[in-house]
Write a protein that binds this ligand. Structure first.
Ligand code: ADP
Ligand code: MG
Length: 393
């Protein structure tokens, strides 16, 4: 979808309202990972250089009402360090309140103000027009850079975009461009790695990729649902027993379309998920009772690596094992190294997958790291995201 971009906006002397994705992990007021804040800085800098006055908004967590642990104060502080200038912030009952409006109005030309958590207002997730209207009163133009929230039609994403001249921020525009190209015109062969916890989360992406990919590499816990569906023994591995038919159906569909689905031949197994426990390698369809498949085994990793070699485009979503707990990070790390070294256009999406690629230290050698977890998935399923549709040209 072609989007209205920042270049189409004249922001000199204008008040610009920006929806960002500052939904960072926050514990006891400390930000765990600030990459989402950093990702929006180029958009903010460009607007400031253009002479705009900025009012920023974001959700953080899923509060149902104002609560201290979800306030955006720590985000304002971090953003101020990153921008090298003051970020105005005042804790309020919500972003669309009279006290917030008065605070915004006191901001000088060229200042940066961060509104309080959009989810403090229960009207946000209902895409309530009255909330969107109040937010729109803060500005002359609206810029949405919150790709991570683009799959939701909320007052601060879709609602306000309809009330002001709007455009996509740099981050959102790039996500839209890369993922659109991946779906419409990927350089072939396209090989897809799908892992993670549940088949049910990824079923629509797998189906969509059956139209585009030559090979689909299945890993992570979801592989055991496939093994069980084929009559294998998977011990205590994570299985979705109500998805066995679905797994069989996917295997058949792949075969009918000439797409090869690769399952991990062997697994690194243990009796519990704990760092440093005893591990054994079993064939993934012959795991004894009391043992859990927790990572791709050495044969499986070699197989994945061999299949990936001639790829021209790679899409990866979902870790291949319990990467948070060593030694079950080995499979994911090895494949991350391989993907980073390929002569291919590589895209990684999904919250945990991005964390895994960062932990493996190869993020800099991946062509595109998609910042939106659920939004990336829905985009790759081929859905139209309401936050993006509202910015279409
Ligand atoms: P993403 O966030 O990248 O979309 P998911 O949320 O689907 O990925 O899956 C990530 C989770 O899957 C991780 O917490 C990881 O520990 C878990 N996981 C991967 N393999 C296994 C396994 N074999 N057994 C249990 N959990 C697994
Ligand atoms: Mg996840």
């Amino acid at each position: 979808m072609a989007l209205k971009t920042l270049e189409t906006l004249d922001v000199e002397g204008k008040r610009v309202l920006i929806r960002a994705d500052f939904n960072v992990p926050l514990k006891d007021g400390v930000i765990g990972d600030d990459s989402r804040i950093r990702a929006t800085v180029p958009t903010l800098q460009k607007l400031l250089e253009g002479g705009a006055t900025l009012t920023l908004m974001s959700h953080l967590g899923r509060p149902k009402a104002p609560e201290d642990k979800s306030r955006l104060g720590p985000v304002a502080e971090r953003l101020s360090e990153l921008l090298g200038r003051d970020v105005r912030y005042a804790p309020t009952s919500g972003p669309a309140s009279d006290e917030q409006a008065a605070f915004v109005a006191r901001g000088e030309a060229g200042s940066v103000t961060l509104l309080e958590n959009t989810r403090f207002d229960s009207r946000e997730t209902k895409n309530d027009p009255a909330m969107a209207k109040k937010l729109a009163e803060y500005a002359d133009v609206f810029v949405n850079d919150a790709f991570g929230a683009a799959h939701r039609a909320h007052a601060s994403t879709e609602g306000v975009a309809k009330l002001l001249p709007s455009a996509a921020g740099l981050l959102l525009a790039r996500e839209n461009e890369v993922l659109s190209r991946l779906l419409a015109n990927p350089e072939k062969p396209l090989k897809v790695i799908i892992g993670g916890a549940k088949v049910s989360d990824k079923i629509s992406v797998i189906e969509k990729m059956l139209d585009l990919a030559s090979d689909i590499l299945i890993g992570g816990a979801m592989a055991y649902t496939f093994f069980k569906a084929q009559g294998g023994r998977v011990g205590g591995s994570l299985v979705e027993d109500d998805k066995l038919d679905l797994a069989r159906d996917l295997l058949e569909k792949a075969e009918a379309r000439g797409v090869t689905l690769h399952l991990p031949e062997d697994s690194v197994c243990a009796q519990k998920i704990e760092a440093g426990v005893e591990t054994k390698i079993f064939p993934s369809g012959e795991i004894p009772d009391g043992w859990l498949g927790l990572d791709a085994g050495p044969e499986a990793v070699r197989h994945y690596q061999a299949v990936l070699q001639d790829a021209k485009t790679v899409l990866w979503n979902g870790p291949l094992g319990v990467f948070e707990t060593p030694p079950f990070d080995t499979g994911t790390r090895s494949v991350a190294e391989t993907v980073a070294g390929l002569d291919a256009y590589t895209v990684v999406g999904g919250g945990d997958s991005v964390a895994a690629v960062n932990a493996a230290g190869v993020a800099g050698r991946i062509d595109h790291i998609s910042t939106g977890g659920g939004a990336s998935l829905e985009f790759l399923e081929g859905k139209t995201l309401p936050g993006i549709a509202a910015l279409s040209d």
